[in-house]
Design a protein around this ligand. Structure first.
Ligand code: HAM
Length: 441
C-alpha cells in the first residue's frame, strides 16, 4: 500500500509511516557540515580578534518580544513568525533573528550597568521564518551575528562593518559589494514613507498585486521588490535623502568621509531599506557577486539601531550589528572556490593488517599520542588484506596512511604513506611523534 497523508512530508509505504523533514528545513551532514563548521570557526576567530564574546539566547522567546520590536510593517511580523502556544497556553515564537534576543538578554541581565561599553557579542544558530522556500530562503536557516551595544563613536560602527568584511576577506573572497544607505530617524522615515505612499498611488496599476498591498502597509518594500524594484518609476521614487534634517545630512557625510579615509569601498544605494523596522541611521548589506552575475545574493545585512534598549526597558543606546546567512555564505564560498573545499580530510587512517599489529600500535600508544597532538585519526578494524584495506581507506579521504604488518612489528617501525604525494616512509616506532611531525610539516 502506498498512500500520501500530509503533502509529501508524511506517507504510508508498505504499512510503515514514513516521515520526512518539514518543508523549508534541511539535514546538514558530511562535507557540507564540515565546511559550515569551518566557516563558523573562522568567523568566531575573527570576532574574537575584535574582542567580541559569544552569547547564547533561547531559540524560542515570548512572541510579544518580536511582534513589538521587529515592527508592525515588516514581513517577518505580518507573515513569517513561527508562533505556537505551549502547554500552559503561553504565546511563544521561534526566533526569526538574533538581535532582539541579545538586546533582551542585555537588558534583563543588566549588562549595560556592569560592563564597559560598548557591549560586544557574537552569536550563531538556527533562525526560523515562515517564508516560501526557494533558493537562498529556508524556513530554518543559520545566522552568525554580531551586536555592539552602547556605541559612542562612528569608528565603532565602522569597526562592525570592517569585521563583516573581514569574514569574507580572510577566506580570500573578493567578489562582493558593500552597499550602504542612511535611513535617518523614525520621524524622517515617516515623512519619506508618506511621500512614497502618495507617489505609488499614482502608479498603482503598474504594480504587482503584492506591491499594491504594500502601498499603504509598507511602501519601502516596493523599492527592493524583486520585480517592481527594477521598474523605472520605482527607481525614480522619492529618496530618503530629500527628507534628512541637518544633523542627518552631517552624520551621513561624516560616515562617507570615514569610509573613504579608511579605504573601505562602498556603493551608496538609496533604495537599500532592510526588512526590519528597528534600524535608524546607517544601514548596510554585503552582496555576493557570483561569476554568473544574475545570481547575486545578500549574504550580510545590518545597521545602526537606537531605540531597542529603550523599548525593552533601558534608556536609548546607539548600537550596531549585522547577521550573516550561513547557508548563503556556504553557497557563495563554494561557488567562488569552484565547488572545492580542501578541509574535508582526516589526518591519519591506520591500517593494522592483523590483530597483533593493532596490539603493537596500542602498546606503543600510537593512536593516543597522535590524538593528543591534535591529529584526527580513524582505524580500519577489519584486519583484511592490504589491497582491500587500501581500497576501503580511499573513502575516508586521509592525508596519510599508517600501515603496520608483520615486517613493521619485527623491525619496530611503522610505514607512513602520504596520500597527496604517494611517498612512503618507514619510521622508527620509538621516535614516531618527532618523525611524523617532520613528514607532516
Ligand atoms: P536580515 O537581513 O533579516 O537581518 O538577515 C541577515 C541575513 O540572514 C541575510 O542577509 C541572509 O543572508 C540571511 N537570511 C535571512 N533570511 C533567510 C532565509 N529565510 N533563508 C536563508 N537565509 C536567510 C537580520 O536578521 C538582523 N538581525 C541583522 C542585524 C543584526 N542587524 C543588526 N544586528
Amino acid at each position: 500500500i502506498s498512500a500520501c497523508l500530509v503533502g509529501s512530508e508524511m506517507c504510508i509505504r508498505d504499512s510503515t509511516m514514513i516521515i520526512k523533514r518539514p518543508r523549508g528545513t534541511y539535514d546538514i551532514f558530511g562535507s557540507e557540515l564540515n565546511l559550515k563548521d569551518f566557516l563558523i570557526k573562522k568567523m568566531e576567530e575573527s570576532s574574537k580578534k575584535y574582542n567580541f564574546r559569544r552569547m547564547i539566547t533561547p531559540i524560542f522567546e515570548h512572541k510579544e518580544l518580536f511582534t513589538r520590536n521587529i515592527g508592525e510593517t515588516s514581513d517577518i511580523v505580518s507573515k513569517e513568525i513561527y508562533d505556537f502556544k505551549d502547554k500552559s497556553n503561553r504565546d511563544l515564537a521561534l526566533r526569526p533573528e538574533g538581535t532582539i534576543g541579545v538586546v533582551r538578554s542585555i537588558v534583563e541581565n543588566k549588562l549595560l550597568h556592569t560592563n564597559p561599553l560598548p557591549l560586544k557579542y557574537y552569536y550563531y544558530g538556527s533562525m526560523f521564518r515562515y517564508e516560501r522556500p526557494q533558493s537562498g530562503r529556508a524556513r530554518e536557516f543559520n545566522q552568525f551575528g554580531i551586536e555592539s551595544i552602547g556605541i559612542y563613536s562612528k569608528y565603532q560602527v565602522i569597526e562592525v562593518i570592517q569585521l563583516a568584511m573581514s569574514f569574507l576577506k580572510e577566506l580570500n573572497l573578493e567578489n562582493f559589494i558593500l552597499k550602504i544607505n542612511y535611513i535617518g530617524c523614525f520621524e524622517t522615515r515617516l515623512k519619506w514613507i508618506d511621500s512614497l505612499k502618495e507617489y505609488f498611488k499614482k502608479y498603482e496599476n503598474d504594480l504587482s498585486n503584492d506591491s499594491k498591498e504594500r502601498i499603504n502597509k509598507n511602501p519601502l518594500r516596493i523599492l527592493d521588490d524583486k520585480i517592481d524594484g527594477s521598474k523605472e518609476f520605482v527607481k525614480n521614487a522619492p529618496s530618503i535623502s530629500e527628507f534628512y534634517n541637518k544633523e542627518e545630512i552631517k552624520s551621513f557625510d561624516e560616515f562617507k568621509t570615514l569610509f573613504k579615509k579608511l579605504k573601505i569601498n562602498f556603493e551608496h544605494d538609496s533604495s537599500l531599506v532592510r526588512g526590519l523596522d528597528y534600524y535608524s541611521g546607517l544601514v548596510f548589506e554585503v552582496i555576493g557577486v557570483l561569476p554568473n552575475k544574475s545570481n547575486t545574493q545578500t549574504i550580510i545585512g545590518g545597521g545602526e539601531y537606537f531605540h531597542l534598549t529603550k523599548e525593552l526597558g533601558e534608556k536609548e543606546n546607539w548600537s550596531c550589528g549585522f547577521a550573516l546567512g550561513i547557508e548563503r555564505f556556504y553557497d557563495f564560498y563554494l561557488e567562488c572556490n569552484n565547488n572545492k573545499f580542501e578541509n574535508d580530510f582526516i589526518d591519519f587512517y591506520l591500517l593494522p593488517l592483523t590483530e597483533n599489529a593493532l596490539d603493537y600500535i596500542n602498546e606503543n600508544n600510537l593512536i593516543s599520542n597522535l590524538r593528543k597532538e591534535g591529529y584526527s585519526i580513524d582505524i580500519n578494524y577489519t584486519f583484511a588484506k592490504l589491497d582491500k584495506q587500501l581500497k576501503q581507506s580511499r573513502k575516508h579521504n586521509p592525508k596519510y596512511l599508517i600501515i603496520v604488518g608483520d615486517d613493521e612489528i619485527k623491525n619496530k617501525t611503522i610505514k607512513v604513506k602520504s596520500q597527496i604525494t604517494m611517498k612512503e616512509e618507514i619510521i622508527n616506532c620509538h621516535n614516531f611523534l618527532n618523525e611524523i611531525s617532520l613528514i607532516v610539516n
